[in-house]
Every structure is written in C-alpha cells, then in structure tokens.
Write a protein that binds this ligand. Structure first.
Ligand code: GLY
Ligand code: MN
Ligand code: MN
Length: 294
C-alpha cells in the first residue's frame, strides 16, 4: 500500500501538470510529453500509455495529433508506476478554456454524481457488478433530466439503454499492473466459478463483477461517451426508442466524452480514497484552469 500510495501521488502530479500546461494551439502530444515527464521524474515510469485527447468519446484513445482549440475538453487518463512497478490510474477532464460550457458542466456533474454515489457503495461484501449498475442508474437519471433519455431509470438500465452512452465497465483491480493480473483472464480475476462474466454489450467490458473484499485496490471510472457512429446505428435500428430521445442527440455529435476516475482501497468497514489532493468539482477544476491561463 505504501508503494501504491506513492504512485497514486505521482499520478496526481501528472494530472495537475496536464491541467496547468494545456492551452489552445498546443497538440495533445505536446501536453502528454509534459505529463509523462512527471512520472519519469518520480523515479519510475508509466503504468500504461497516456490517454490525452480532445476526443474522449474514443476509449483508450492514443492518437495525440489534434490541436487543442477553444470550446473543446481535454480528457487525461494517465498513471505512474513506481520502480517496484506498482500502478496508479486516474482520469480528469477539463476545458481548453478557463471554464466549461453550460452543457459540458451539466454532463460533467452527471458523471461526478455517479462517481460520488457509487463510491459510497464500495464496501466489503458488496458485489461490484451492483456498484456498476448503481453508477449506470445515476448516469441514466442524469440523462433523463437532460432530456436525452426518458422513462424509468431502473427499467432503462435493465434493458441496457444506458449502454448507448456508457458502453464500458467502470472498474478494475489495480496493483502490480494497471488492470491487475489482466493476463490471467478477467473471469479469474474479476469473477468467480459461480459468477460468470456477462457477454451482454456493456457488461462484457466490466472487468470486475465479484464481491469486494478488504484489501482490494480498485479504480472507479464512470463516464458518458457520445459516439456519433454508435448513435447512428442505434437510431437506424430504432433501438430502445422507449428510453432514448433520438431527436435530442444532434447537439451531442461533437461533444466528445467525459470520464472521471479515482482509486480506492477497500477497508474493513468501507473504503479509502487514495488520491487525496486532485480536485474534481467543476469550480475547483475551473480555478486551476483560470490560474493556468492567466
Ligand atoms: N487507463 C485505462 C483504464 O482506465 O482502465
Ligand atoms: Mn482505469
Ligand atoms: Mn484510467
């Protein structure tokens, strides 16, 4: 845990560097280079190739040749590893400008609410699949309030309607690898002989579904991803029209994606947030961006 706390602290410094050096006119690669330098200066290296992109809707996007421009957001998902190879993995998203647009802020707060609500459910004995579904429900409630979805949030999640916007899982183990023991196979790491990994769209990408135990180190990373190609396919198929307002999606075609990711230790009675200084409220993110652009 000492090593993990050390690497999470370096990872926080990487994100703060990204928040401070980003500005319109620079390429994503120019910022990623400065972010990665922090990991190397910390005495170790990267726990995975840095995701630094103005196209957050593309998961694990390693293309970095876009130029930052006003109105866009930068999604930064990165991690350091210590010399002993323990990994960190945090995500923040921030505006290229000093402030988010009103719509960006609304969507950001939906994701933040999903993270904060699901974090309170990180307890020993709790099935992680249920925490994932709780996050999905909170995201869905937010999208209903925003007018993109409709109907009952629990029913929409049961039908998988949220996966138009939240296609992936939202958690994984973290330790000596960023997706710890990934090469053993997710069935063995994240599930049990009695609990098979689902093959349903959305749940098939959930790396961790089994009950939490004290001593587990996990990441939680809810997000909303507006993928034009996927929206077009679902709209053409008239998929789950009882839950999705397809006529409201036009203004989201160039929106991108939003993810927020934190790292937790499961304790005997609950959890401990391992990233202790990196802010995530809109006002705090905007304050750093204001300072950076002054
Ligand atoms: N950076 C990879 C992940 O968040 O799982
Ligand atoms: Mn992660
Ligand atoms: Mn990540």
């Amino acid at each position: 845990m000492e090593e993990i706390k050390k690497t999470v602290a370096i990872t926080e410094a990487m994100l703060l560097a990204g928040l401070r050096v980003s500005r319109a006119g620079l390429t994503e690669a120019q910022i990623a280079g400065q972010v990665q330098a922090v990991a190397i200066s910390g005495g170790g290296n990267l726990s995975f190739p840095t995701i630094l992109t103005t196209h957050g809707e593309i998961l694990h996007n390693h293309y970095r040749n876009h130029i930052l421009s006003a109105g866009k957001m930068v999604l930064l998902d990165c991690g350091a590893e210590t010399a002993l190879h323990y990994a960190g993995d945090l995500t923040r998203i921030f505006p290229v400008d000093a402030t988010f647009s009103p719509l960006q802020k609304d969507v950001y707060n939906i994701v933040l609410n999903a993270l904060q609500t699901s974090a309170t459910a990180l307890l020993p004995g709790k099935l992680f699949k249920d925490v994932h579904l709780l996050a999905a429900e909170k995201l869905t409630e937010g999208l209903i309030a925003l007018g993109l979805m409709k109907g009952d949030a629990t029913e929409a999640v049961a039908a998988g309607a949220h996966t138009l916007f939240f296609q992936c899982g939202f958690c994984h183990m973290m330790g000596l690898d960023v997706h710890d023991m990934e090469n053993l196979g997710e069935q063995y790491v994240g599930y049990t002989p009695e609990m098979k990994k689902s093959s349903a769209f959305g749940l098939k990408s959930l790396r961790l579904g089994k009950a939490l135990e004290k001593g587990f180190v996990v990441t939680v990373e809810p997000g909303l991803y507006f993928i034009p190609e996927l929206m077009d396919i679902w709209a053409a198929e008239k998929k789950l029209t009882q839950f999705i307002n397809y006529n409201q999606l036009a203004s989201f075609r160039n929106f991108g994606g939003i993810r927020i990711e934190d790292n937790y230790l499961i304790t005997p009675t609950g959890n401990e947030l391992l990233n202790t200084i990196l802010p995530k409220k809109v006002a705090e993110i905007e304050a750093i961006r204001n300072e950076a652009l002054r």
